[in-house]
Design a protein around this ligand. Structure first.
Ligand code: UD1
Ligand code: PEP
Length: 446
């Protein structure tokens, strides 16, 4: 088993570059299924576990996907594809369900394993299905699968979402691209990733207007063709490094950031006393000696992103006073609180609110990532904890962060990713002779 080991106390400094956005690239790769002609070329693709999973989902459907591991993917979805995505993929990653809209649009049929809930909530898909049904699909659920079919083609309709779901907006938008007539999605999600997907669809020949607002109109076209597209920078990865700089009282330039995507985070961090200087292609973040407590409420975009909630909790534990986080997007996204408590974090949960008392002397401990953002947040807390923090269950972090510990190391953190076996060996060696831990700074484990 692998772990990230971090010893608190170093101020971070230097430059870190953000990758393409996980939550933008997954729907874009899924949308490539819509191209009945030509190949698609997608750039700035991050080398993440989730990207490998969606690639496998597409390959399993008989799509040809080649990834150079260096930011470029070519997708060839021409010809007849399979229309079934089994549980082994959907279980690994819920976003696999995003192939349903494109398959239904292009082949009139899709059978996808039911995604089910995960560590942050029950995560139903009723809004996706409501959209497909409004466009004429017959949807059946049985034996752990959802099967949707339409006799000929989908037809455009008005779909009002009960909640501005990111995934439902994407799935319905993709399904509508080749429907007969116009589809209007009301109360649509406005996230930047929706705009990224709409731009790709339009490059493929779709007619999508209004993406980034609450009303999206899609005029159906006959067919889509492969296109070139570059993925937007990952605003959540950017935010995670901004918190890393702030929590350590560091001075870090976070590059490849679109600041217009970062407004809620920049506002809240500024309120906490963090100095944030917006530059042409990034943000410089300077952490103050003392951070001030703030309250945040997670909301759909342009509200405060739930995917930054756990990382902000780490920052609040280090701030002076009482901070309150209200989580309104997911019903169960406080699993990291138990882990923070193991680090001496003082957090009370009252319904959907977490009350955080700071500043605390965070203490290094053995903690476990409960989801990808929780894992990142525990590493952030470890950067300022007294002693050594060991973070396990790295498969979560790997879903959403490329070289997370290496990037922090390059900014001056005392951090290392090790195999448990390597660590034990190194500790034994250390007992026999005061040799440094393998690959670690000589002072790391002292
Ligand atoms: C791959 C990806 O892009 N993941 C992001 C996406 O997830 P995802 O697309 O799954 O999130 P949604 O916006 O759909 O979910 C938001 C809320 O709506 C509920 N809901 C959703 C769909 C539905 O049919 N019925 C329903 O009730 C969910 O249970 C949740 O409580 O947006 C979330 C909210 O910003 C982010 O945290 C995730 O990182
Ligand atoms: C919750 C997240 O992702 P997913 O929707 O893929 O679980 C996330 O990126 O924080």
């Amino acid at each position: 088993m692998e772990k990230i080991i971090v010893r608190g106390g170093n101020r971070l400094s230097g430059t870190v570059r953000v990758e393409g956005a996980k939550n933008a690239v997954l729907p874009v790769i899924a949308a490539s299924i819509l191209a009945s002609k030509g190949k698609s070329h997608i750039y700035d693709v991050p080398a993440l576990a989730d990207v490998y999973t969606i690639n496998e989902v597409l390959r399993n459907l008989n799509t040809k996907v080649s990834y150079d591991g260096n930011g470029h993917i070519e997708v060839d979805a021409q010809g007849q594809l399979k229309t079934e995505a089994p549980f082994e993929y959907v279980r690994k990653m819920r976003a696999s369900f995003l192939v349903m809209g494109p398959l239904l649009a292009r082949f009139g049929h899709a059978r996808i394993a039911l995604p089910g809930g995960c560590a942050i909530g029950s995560r139903p898909i009723d809004q996706h299905l409501k959209g497909f049904e409004a466009m004429g699909a017959k949807v059946e659920i049985g034996n752990g699968y959802i099967e949707a079919r339409v006799d000929d083609r989908l037809y455009g309709n008005k779909v009002y979402l009960d909640f501005p779901s990111v995934g439902a907006t994407e799935n319905i938008m993709m399904a509508a691209t080749t429907a007969i007539g116009t589809t209007i999605i009301e109360n649509a999600a406005e996230e930047p990733e929706i705009v990224c997907l709409a731009n790709y669809l339009n490059a493929m020949g779709a007619k999508v207007r209004g993406a980034g607002t609450g009303t999206i109109k899609i005029d159906g076209v006959e067919e889509l063709v492969g296109a070139e597209h570059t993925i937007i920078p990952d605003r959540i990865e950017a935010g995670t490094f901004m918190v890393a700089a702030a929590i350590t009282g560091g001075d870090v330039l976070v590059e490849n950031v679109l600041t217009e995507h970062m407004r809620p985070l920049i506002s809240k961090m500024t309120e906490m006393g963090v100095i944030i200087i917006e530059e042409d292609n990034g943000v410089r973040v300077i952490g103050p000696d003392k951070l001030k407590a703030v309250d945040i409420k997670t909301m759909p975009h342009p509200g405060f992103p739930t995917d930054m909630q756990a990382q902000m909790m780490a920052l609040m534990l280090h701030a002076e006073g009482t901070s309150v986080i209200t989580e309104t997007v997911f019903e169960n996204r406080f699993m990291h609180v138990e882990e923070f408590r193991r680090m001496n974090g003082n957090v009370k949960i009252e319904g959907r609110a977490a009350i955080i008392e700071g500043p605390l002397n965070l203490q290094g401990a053995e903690v476990s990532s409960t989801d990808l953002r929780a894992g990142a947040a525990l590493v952030l807390a470890g950067l300022v904890a007294e002693g050594i923090t060991r973070v396990t269950e790295l498969k979560h972090i790997d879903r959403g962060y490329v070289d997370f510990s290496d990037k922090l190391l390059s900014l001056g953190a005392h951090i290392e990713r090790v195999n448990e076996e390597e660590e034990e060996l190194a500790e034994m060696e250390n007992l026999e002779a005061p040799a440094p831990l393998k690959k670690l700074d000589p002072n790391f484990a002292s």
